[in-house]
Design a protein. Structure first.
Length: 147
């Protein structure tokens, strides 16, 4: 079975845009692999098609595994101009990204891990004193099962 990594990345970025996100970051896989390259291409192409700004600080490298998602999310959370959403090139990196968000005090809803994370401030940016919260969307498009 072969997956269309470009189209999958574009769908994830488009979903984030459809729910109002405009500062969308990416945590990439290994770009010397075809899936990593294709997912980054899909991210960049969709950002361009949507007319969004391509901030190079919003692209963080990963290796498809949880620890790299954690490290990349730490870097994104340290930015002065934080993204309001993150596309992760794998669910395992999304798990790591959620872990970093929680470690930074960002509230994460109890939902399934996904490659499309949204971050929203609990207060307007001018008055925010704490990191934004993070929401996830299940990769299947279906709502996550309740626990």
């Amino acid at each position: 079975m072969i997956s269309d990594n470009v189209a999958g990345a574009k769908l994830a970025v488009n979903h984030l845009h459809e729910i109002g996100r405009r500062k969308i970051a990416a945590i990439t896989g290994m770009t010397y692999t075809r899936p990593g390259r294709d997912r980054l291409t899909g991210y960049r192409d969709q950002i361009e098609e949507l007319g969004l700004s391509q901030n190079s600080d919003y692209i963080q490298g990963g290796d498809f595994y949880e620890p790299s998602g954690f490290t990349a999310m730490e870097a994104l959370l340290a930015l002065d101009d934080r993204p309001d959403a993150v596309f992760c090139a794998s669910d395992m990196m999304a798990v790591g990204a959620i872990g970093a968000a929680k470690a930074a005090g960002v509230k994460v809803p109890r939902t399934s891990p996904s490659s499309a994370l949204t971050m929203r401030p609990s207060r307007p940016p001018s008055t925010r004193r704490s990191p934004p919260s993070v929401r996830t969307r299940s990769g299947s498009g279906a709502p996550p099962a309740s626990r």
